[in-house]
Design a protein. Structure first.
Length: 397
């Protein structure tokens, strides 16, 4: 099969695009059993048996791959050290490497390139992995992404944005460049030369989580709105918050990047109570989420942008490439110095079972990547009685 990379093109040349999930089980499992389950799980998902091909025209596609480059190894490195090692090690998606697994002292850790799927996709892979570990047979799962044609007809872009899109595509023609994986290697070297990321995990146990849920319910807001309000309350300016949103149109459980996003801008009002501010944030979120155009706007726009200009935005952010057009476009689209203040992905309660035969998932930590248009990333997931909130930021070496 052959699938065009379209709405997910922003992930192709991003230099920080690894989704990480750590799970801890109720008992230790031999490394060979984990490796066998990993291999079987990879074999079940179509996208993990594909590779990415770049055409001379600048188009990119997923295509079938005879040899998988996905791997599972044992290591004595901690979660933080594994992230620091692997964030600088480019996934060889042109050879079919989409996911890496590790048996670590911190637990079982999975790292996936965003072209392998979104956060939910990695959760669904873990579900398959756990089923294989428990000795269950797993059916093959077809690949699924979102193309522009898949998007709801009522989500079409406003005319003004169609003109803006046309403007940038025309401007780019004189500077147009088709990037290669060799360019990507050089961009990685430049981008990661003097930086690394740091992960801070904050766990909320049964009592703390119950208290947060009680407070958010009393305020009449979602837990996500409540947490966002807490994050922005000390900012003395309008906060620009990006929220990743599940874009699945049919509740499918396939791997593939089906995420979209919305933007909420809000300045905390010191003259009002925390609860009143939380209500305002909640109403803004509801309005954006219920607006079908807002919900799918970023997929429409980026899916129709010249794909090589999308690549150039990431190359600009990495400091590898610059042109008059791509520089201005990067600033206008949030890939320049002015990125989102906070980017949040809340997987809410884990959408997978926690028990598989003799094995039980005791804890899950979800770490989104610091994509090119973000700098302060928050990942949230709840499993059992624990909610883990992760803050993922850059730090100079």
């Amino acid at each position: 099969m052959r699938y065009k990379i379209e709405t997910e093109r922003t992930d192709l040349f991003d230099t920080n695009i690894i989704i990480t999930i750590r799970v801890r089980l109720n008992e230790a499992v031999p490394a060979d059993a984990l490796q066998s389950a990993f291999a079987k799980a990879c074999g079940a998902h179509e996208v993990l048996n594909m590779k990415v091909v770049l055409e001379p025209s600048g188009e990119a596609y997923y295509t079938d791959n005879d040899i998988s480059c996905n791997s599972f190894v044992s290591t004595d490195l901690s979660l933080q050290k594994l992230i620091n090692v692997n964030e600088k090690k480019r996934f060889l998606i042109e050879e079919g490497e989409f996911i890496r697994g590790f048996m670590s002292p911190d637990g079982i850790i999975f790292m996936m390139h965003h072209l392998g799927g979104d956060g939910k996709s990695l959760m669904y892979f873990i579900e398959t992995f756990m089923k294989c570990l428990a000795g269950e047979e797993c059916e093959r799962v077809p690949f699924r992404s979102l193309t522009v044609e898949d998007l709801p007809s009522e989500s079409r872009m406003p005319f003004a944005y169609k003109l803006l899109l046309k403007y940038w595509n025309i401007r780019w023609k004189k500077d147009r460049r088709v990037f290669t994986f060799e360019d990507m290697d050089k961009a990685y070297d430049k981008f990661w030369k003097d930086r690394r990321t740091v992960v801070d995990v904050r766990s909320y146990g049964r009592e703390e989580l119950s208290d947060l849920l009680t407070k958010s319910k009393a305020a009449g807001v979602s837990l996500t709105s409540y947490l966002i309000t807490d994050l922005i309350k000390d900012m003395d300016r309008e906060a620009d918050v990006g929220l990743a949103v599940d874009g699945r149109l049919d509740a499918n459980r396939r791997m593939g990047n089906q995420a979209t996003g919305i933007e909420v801008k809000y300045r905390y009002d010191e003259s009002s109570s925390f609860e009143e501010n939380a209500k305002n944030v909640h109403e803004l979120m509801k309005k954006r989420l219920s607006d079908i155009r807002s919900r799918y706007f970023v997929l429409h726009f980026m899916g129709r942008l010249d794909p090589t200009l999308t690549d150039a935005l990431n190359m600009e952010r990495a400091g590898y490439f610059g042109s008059r057009t791509s520089s201005r476009a990067a600033d206008a689209m949030g890939y320049g110095d002015k990125t989102k203040d906070i980017s949040i992905t809340n997987l809410t309660r884990a959408d997978i079972p926690l028990e598989y035969g003799p094995y039980r998932i005791e804890d899950i930590v979800f770490i989104p990547p610091i994509v090119s248009y973000g700098r302060n990333v928050i990942g949230i997931v709840t499993a059992g009685d624990t909610m883990n909130v992760v803050r993922h930021v850059y730090e100079k070496n």
